[in-house]
Design a protein around this ligand. Structure first.
Ligand SMILES: [Zn+2]
Ligand SMILES: [Zn+2]
Length: 246
């Protein structure tokens, strides 16, 4: 499935582009030589991301020269000067994050921690990649799907009746296992802050499967972390808008 360019290397992913943007912003727009320690360090990190495993065996994959070119492409998007081969991912990540230096740095640090946290356990497939990129999204989904935590959450909420924290849907007429099938755990800690901490029950919200998809979709559309109150507000405004336009 890897699409290729240049030396047959896969296209840069969102995570990888965020890591390069972080270096560009940390150096205040000065593009260092491919021989510099910062470029070599980034090259090594990109080669250790837990995907592209096959490609990463190629010596040209994200090598310091390739990283240098990517930094020049980012500079081109940032300044409008240059003749490089800028990708749509470069433009998109710059449009979303080019003026959010501190946030980019927090996300980049979380991706670095995420490489350690991911370990050798397989990462789940994801269908909606959040703005922070594939690795942090996959770790978020892996935390949410942890069967032990899901069980604890359902047990803790059973007493008060299972109810979605966004739309408040509840089906207490159904038997327990049918009710449980409606709900999913959503991890409340923003992707860039989750790091190595162990998930606690208080880090999880109980959402119906619909609202869980909606809150993730809202994060993709807003290119920001969306909390439960914000998600409720989005739904409330949409229904108010609909009432008014009738
Ligand atoms: Zn709901
Ligand atoms: Zn979630």
């Amino acid at each position: 499935m890897a699409r290729t360019q240049g030396h047959g290397n896969p296209k840069w992913t969102r995570d990888e582009t965020i890591l390069a943007l972080d270096l560009y912003l940390q150096l205040d727009g000065v593009v260092p030589s491919p021989k510099s320690a910062s470029v070599i360090e980034l090259s090594n990190m990109l080669r250790s991301l837990p995907y592209h495993q096959e490609a990463a065996k190629q010596p040209t994959f994200r090598n310091p020269d390739g990283v240098g070119f990517k930094l020049m492409n980012i500079r081109q998007v940032a300044t409008g000067k240059g003749l490089g081969n800028v990708s749509s991912m470069d433009r998109q990540v710059w449009a979303e994050f080019g003026h959010r230096k501190d946030e980019v740095h927090r996300i980049a640090s979380a991706i670095k921690t995420g490489i350690e946290v991911a370990g050798l356990e397989p990462l789940p497939e994801i269908d909606q990649e959040l703005p922070e990129g594939r690795l942090l999204t996959a770790l978020h989904v892996r935390r949410e799907r942890n069967p032990k935590l899901r069980k604890l959450l359902l047990e803790a909420r059973r007493g008060e009746g299972l109810c979605c924290e966004i739309c408040e849907v509840t089906r207490q007429d159904l038997d327990t296992s049918m009710q449980e099938a409606m709900f999913e755990a959503h991890h409340l800690v923003p992707l860039a802050d989750a790091g190595e901490r162990k998930t606690k029950l208080s880090d999880l919200a109980l959402l119906c499967a619909n609202c869980h998809r909606l809150i993730h979709r809202a994060m993709v559309l807003h290119s920001r972390w969306v909390d439960i109150d914000h998600a409720r507000e989005i739904l409330r405004q949409a229904s108010a808008h609909r009432r008014n336009s009738r």
